[in-house]
Write a protein that binds this ligand. Structure first.
Ligand code: CO
Length: 134
């Protein structure tokens, strides 16, 4: 059911410092910082030949990554995103298999303008999983 790895998201406290590390030390090509108020984050996209990395910095008072950064003050891998062909079929299959879909269970429009869902990390080996409609 799952297809390509769409991206790995890394939560950071300081987006400028993290972007500089990827640009200057790792030699990556970056997007400018993109505020996404609907998602409570500012994102820098890093395009790699086979996937993307997204650096996430909290934006606003109740950012969904604020608690994560309290527990992981150095930052850390926040979630991984797999592509699926049909997000509603994927959701229904996952629920049938006993996996918990976060929030209302209805897909939301994600950072790339496509429908996404998040799955409970306790059901996936401690990793928060995002599914994005391909
Ligand atoms: Co994501």
């Amino acid at each position: 059911m799952i297809g390509r790895l769409n991206h790995v998201a890394i939560a950071v406290r300081n987006l400028d410092a993290a972007a500089a590390l990827y640009r200057d030390t790792l030699g990556a090509t970056l997007s400018p910082p993109l505020p996404q108020p609907d998602h409570g984050v500012t994102v820098v996209f890093i395009e790699l030949p086979n996937t993307k990395i997204e650096l996430l910095e909290p934006l606003g008072a109740d950012s969904p990554i604020a608690k994560f950064l309290e527990r992981n003050p150095d930052g850390g891998v926040h979630h991984i995103c797999y592509e699926v062909d049909d997000i509603l079929a994927a959701r229904d299959r996952l629920k049938e298999k006993g996996a918990r879909v976060l929030g209302s269970g209805e897909p939301r429009i994600g950072a790339h303008g496509k429908p996404v869902l998040f799955l409970h990390p306790k059901d996936f080996n401690g990793a928060l999983v995002e599914l994005e409609q391909a």
